[in-house]
Design a protein around this ligand. Structure first.
Ligand code: ADP
Ligand code: MG
Length: 241
């Protein structure tokens, strides 16, 4: 069974239909790269999978449970599916450790000592165990994004959605964040990531989804999609035309 099943999903904002019948099944442990021009619906798709947006029609199920547009279901879903954004959104008045502990103690009601142990473990996983007591403004952008990843991991998600998580970083900080994601992929984490890092997509992802005007325009293993694009739209996107 697929871990994430997206079937005929449609989503409009007013008269602007942004997702025009998306179908995509993601197996456990798969790493999906989503590519496409700005405005093609990539972020909206991730937000729908995470329940941050309600869909108009079609269905999305995660681990066998279909998303229902009511608050309780969506809250439960957000506990299961982690999301990481371009902007790390750490609380500036909390340390790295405090940031990673917060959603555990507030949302999951995990007792503090347990949350702290988890925070230390997850900061270690992203290579920042020594930064537990550092405040965000004492960390580089790459380190802050790794803290944000640790924060998502601390909720023990069954899948992680990443929306252009390296786009706000200075070029020299991109690779440390991608290295963390690569490690997660190796460990078998299911990932859907919107990315502009084509080399990373080629090396790490099991499939690449090219979105164009609210549709999955092409999909396949990276070797195929990058080496032998079928449509003029993808050729143009890849700079081949
Ligand atoms: P991408 O991530 O591929 O750049 P988005 O999913 O962010 O694309 O946006 C797709 C389209 O949906 C754009 O035309 C954008 O303006 C529109 N859109 C996205 N979010 C909203 C919103 N909350 N309200 C209205 N329009 C939106
Ligand atoms: Mg986007």
């Amino acid at each position: 069974m697929s871990l994430i099943e997206i079937t005929e999903v449609r989503k409009s904002f007013g008269s602007n239909e942004v997702l025009k019948g998306i179908n995509l099944d993601v197996d456990p442990g798969e790493v999906i790269a989503i590519i496409g021009k700005s405005g093609s619906g990539k972020s909206t798709l991730l937000r729908c999978v995470n329940g941050l947006e309600n869909i108009d029609s079609g269905s999305i199920s995660v681990a066998g449970a279909q998303l229902q547009p009511d608050e309780l279901h969506l809250k439960a879903l957000r506990l299961k599916v982690g999301m990481i954004f371009q902007q790390f959104n750490l609380f500036p008045h909390l340390t790295a450790g405090g940031n990673v502990m917060l959603s555990q103690t507030v949302v999951k009601k995990v007792p503090k000592p347990q949350a702290e142990a988890m925070a230390r473990k997850m900061l270690e996983r992203v290579g920042l165990e020594h930064k537990f007591d550092a405040y965000p403004d004492e960390l580089s952008g790459g380190q802050q994004q790794r803290v944000a990843i640790a924060r998502a991991l601390a909720m023990q998600p069954i899948a992680l959605l990443c929306d252009e998580i390296t786009s706000a970083l200075d070029p020299e900080l991109v690779s440390e964040v991608l290295a963390v994601v690569r490690g997660l992929a190796k460990e078998g984490m299911t990932l859907m990531m919107v990315t502009h890092e084509m080399k990373f997509a080629r090396d790490v992802c099991s499939r690449v989804v090219f979105m164009h005007q609210g549709r999955v325009h092409e999909i396949g293993p990276p070797a195929e999609v990058f080496a032998d694009p079928k449509t003029p739209e993808l050729k143009q996107f890849l700079g081949m035309l």
